[in-house]
Design a protein around this ligand. Structure first.
Ligand code: ADP
Ligand code: MG
Length: 416
């Protein structure tokens, strides 16, 4: 698949940048195949395995050369490198014994590709299907060109693993979703890619179904790479990548239930369900703040005094005891955190409610294990400060001033 950076480069220039700041749901290959099958786009019949023994059995049942494919949310697997034996994430095997040996080096190890983080991604599933007799590899993709505000079809006859280096050979066709591809575009594609009339009927149907899927499922990217032509003239999609707009979550419940999250993403997801905007950062000072603007200012100020934030956490204007207790729970479970700054401006929320929540959170865990600096301002502030003082909690320092509170938490953490 094409990396995001390349995709965004494709749509820069006079049409404006192709911005991809929204969060996306991505699917694993086997999940994508299921969706394609539901829309009558030809895909191989594959099976998912989680052990080397199962891999041996599946290849023995196929009783033909088969492909073992690491299921990770990143492209470039074929040319990737495993931390076990240095080989790639797409392997052709002939015999069941070979399947067993290769699967043993693929499951439970990390695969690094051009599109993964440096340490690679952990692989716990392989997708296996019969090897296909590939004659040609094509690239077909649908995405949105935000600059033009239109969907665009990207197509190339040099698909496969070298797509990134052949990016200039991609042809782009803009179209309207309700009308789909015009007959002119279809004829042009046929001429450019040299499909026979008979082949074009098949490709046309695939394109038609891709657009239907793209529209019905609120996709932001649908990429078939490669769509292959076999030596006997059949078309089949070997690898696919989908992204769906997070804003479609409420309409596409079934689809989003497939989402695979890393433990870190799971925390962000659980927080978002309670209305908290939580993003993990790589420092050691935890923050609990109300309002995104104040949260940004807090992170900035901590950096200014030489500290590093472990998170961005906006509990929202309508913070409740429940959301605050969730916020403390997240920070308590994060072993990197050496100090916490609570920075609340009581406009709609009342400071005394915040103070009660802080005391309750401390009591629930038998006191705070790291220093906590609390800066409260606004509605019922004096009562709140009194409440915290009366609670007799050690490890909690109250400060009404934003700057000195930020400085204090940095000092405390620095002195530990
Ligand atoms: P990735 O894009 O992550 O490297 P692909 O699934 O696209 O993974 O596989 C990479 C390449 O491996 C394909 O371009 C194709 O040439 C080859 N390949 C993948 N699956 C099969 C298969 N079932 N039969 C034959 N070749 C395959
Ligand atoms: Mg691919």
């Amino acid at each position: 698949m094409i990396g995001r950076r390349t995709l965004s480069r494709l749509f820069q220039g006079h049409h404006g940048p192709f911005k991809m700041q929204v969060r996306h749901l991505n699917l694993l290959e086997y999940q994508s195949h299921k969706l394609l099958r539901d829309f009558n786009i030809p895909v191989p019949n594959g099976l998912v395995v989680t052990s080397a023994e199962e891999a041996r059995k599946v290849v023995s049942d196929i009783s033909a050369p088969s492909v073992l494919k690491a299921q990770v949310l990143a492209g470039g697997r074929g040319k990737g490198k495993y931390d076990s034996d240095g080989k790639g994430g797409v392997r052709i095997v002939t015999w069941p014994k070979e399947a067993y040996e290769n699967a043993s080096q693929m499951l439970g190890y990390h695969l690094t590709t051009k599109q993964t983080p440096p340490g690679g991604l952990f692989v716990n599933k392989l997708y296996i299907y019969k090897a296909v007799d590939v004659a040609d590899e094509f690239y077909l993709a649908l995405t949105f060109d935000r600059g033009r505000g239109m969907p665009v079809l990207l197509i190339s006859d040099v698909g496969g693993t070298n797509i990134e280096s052949n990016i200039d050979k991609l042809q782009k066709f803009w179209f309207h979703l309700p009308t789909g591809l015009t007959t002119e575009i279809i004829s042009y594609i046929q001429a450019q890619l040299g499909f026979s009339d008979k082949e074009m009927v098949v490709v046309d149907k695939i394109l038609h179904q891709m657009i239907k899927l793209f529209r019905e499922k609120d996709a932001t990217l649908l990429e078939l790479n490669p769509l292959v032509r076999t030596h006997d003239g059949k078309f089949i999609c070997l690898d696919a990548k989908f992204s769906f707009d997070n804003a479609a979550r409420f309409r596409q419940e079934e689809l989003f239930s497939l989402e695979e999250r890393s433990p870190e993403e799971e925390v962000e997801y659980q927080a978002s369900k309670l209305g908290l905007s939580y993003v993990r950062l790589d420092g050691n000072i935890g923050n609990i703040v109300n309002g995104a603007g104040l949260a940004m200012a807090t992170n900035d100020l901590i950096s200014l005094y030489g500290g590093k934030c472990a998170n961005f956490l906006d509990v929202g204007g309508g913070a409740t005891k429940q959301t605050l207790s969730k916020a403390f729970e997240i920070l308590n479970n994060d072993s990197r955190i050496k100090g916490i700054l609570v920075n609340i401006y009581g406009g709609i929320v009342r400071c005394d409610m915040i103070a009660e929540s802080i005391v309750a959170a401390a009591n629930a865990t038998g006191g705070f294990k790291v220093p906590v600096v609390v800066r409260l301002q606004g509605t019922n502030c004096p009562q709140a400060l009194q409440l915290i003082e009366n609670s007799g909690l050690d490890n909690v320092i109250v400060d009404a001033d934003f700057e000195s509170a930020a400085q204090m938490i940095v000092d405390r953490v620095g002195n530990m």
